[in-house]
Design a protein around this ligand. Sequence first.
Ligand code: SF4
Length: 181
Amino acid sequence: MAKVKVATDWLDVCSGCHMSLLDIDERLVELLESVELTSSPITDLKHPPEEGVDVGILSGAVSNTHQEAVAKEMRERCKILIAIGDCAVFGGICAMRNLFDTEEVLRRAYVETESTDDEGMIPRSPELGKLLDRVKAVNEVVKVDVHVPGCPPPADAIWFVLTELLAGRIPVLVGDNLTYE
Ligand code: SF4
């Protein structure tokens, strides 16, 4: 039987959600019997295959134009999109930036912060993603099919979601699998 293709990527994140994915530990071996992990920060391949994947997993909030493009590409190339972690589900800690004006945030980070000398400068290269006016949850940019909150979500919750999908069911999170911690 053909393996289920899964792609993952991260947006504005600390990478803790992908660490939680790896925390399913030896069950990863079992998972990889029926799953092909295509692009992922784990495989260091940056784009989901053009022919598409069955399941796309995004962690992190959408804070800049680059992340917006990554989220849209993942949506276009996957059948089922999962948002994992509070940052992806509702902006999480990244959305604290929304309390401030974007220029104020850039000035604080690149010019005024204590570790910056007098030469501090806000990067303006057109090659860099431009900060959005506000940080967004993934579902404010593209349609999300399954939300898995938590900071990070427990490995068992991620395992539950993946095994439910492999069984052909859309996972419904309840009990210990549904956490906002
Ligand atoms: S939800 Fe928590 S663990 Fe996941 S990327 Fe955001 S801050 Fe990190």
